[in-house]
Write a protein of this length. Structure first.
Length: 243
């Protein structure tokens, strides 16, 4: 498997319009379903995505490259749009999947059908055929991503052994599976309409690794927000302080 590659997407501005509409519908469904914590995670995702994509990858490291944008769309506006749509939907989806009592199958169906629908529809519409062509040029970052995933899941195992955060081997496997699913949903729904130019090796690597840098953190945040877990953690901290 290559560690140096270009992960690109090429689409018309029609896709942006549809993507914004889908995100608005998604947020309304979160509100209507009373998934308040998942919505907060989505807002966090917007901030995190903007910092990573624009500040770190685009401005600092040059990993994110813009080959083509319409004249009226500046890189800054593009990254705001990009962060809002994928940040909100992916992060809040993972939040829903870590929420007890939620209809996980329905939300997964909405995720896949929503993204594949806007991808295919954008190929048929001719509202605005201006081209957007962006890419990530990944090299040594791949090794860093693997190390981050190993560190975060080692932390989950460490916490499990101490009886924290309701963790079991099965729960850790579930967290990993949701991380894979969240990113695979994006990759495959870009690949099918021809928006994503990606080979099988990158599809597998991205699905296994990319979102699993975030899934353990989201799980810990949501589980920590439960009153019982906050109390347990605070008691552990106080016990250490008293030693």
């Amino acid at each position: 498997m290559q560690f140096e590659n270009v992960v690109a997407r090429n689409f018309d501005v029609d896709f942006i319009y549809l993507d914004i509409i889908l995100t608005a519908i998604w947020v309304l469904l979160l509100i209507k379903s009373n998934h308040r914590r998942a919505l907060y995670v989505g807002v966090l995702g917007i901030v995190v995505n903007f910092i990573i994509d624009y500040v770190v990858w685009y401005r600092t490291m040059g990993v994110r490259v813009i080959y083509e944008l319409p004249p009226w769309l500046s890189p800054e506006v593009f990254f705001v749009y990009f962060s809002i749509t994928y940040g909100m939907i992916q992060y809040s989806y993972v939040g829903v999947m870590f929420t007890e009592g939620s209809n996980k199958k329905l939300w997964t169906l909405l995720l896949f059908t929503g993204w594949i629908s806007i991808g295919l529809t954008s190929q048929l519409l001719s509202l605005d055929d201006s081209t957007v062509h962006v890419a990530r040029i990944m090299s040594t970052q791949r090794l860093t991503e693997i190390l981050v995933v190993l560190a975060e899941y080692s932390l989950l195992v460490f916490l499990m052994q101490r009886g924290k955060f309701e963790l079991t081997w099965r729960r850790i496997g579930y967290v990993f599976g949701i991380g894979v699913l969240a990113f695979f949903a994006m990759e495959i729904t870009l690949l099918v309409p021809g928006i994503r130019n990606i080979d099988l090796g990158n599809l597998i690597f991205n699905s296994l690794i990319e979102w699993n840098m975030g899934a353990p953190i989201v799980y810990l945040l949501l589980t920590f927000s439960k009153e019982g877990n906050r109390s347990n953690v605070m008691e552990s901290v106080r016990a250490v302080e008293d030693c």
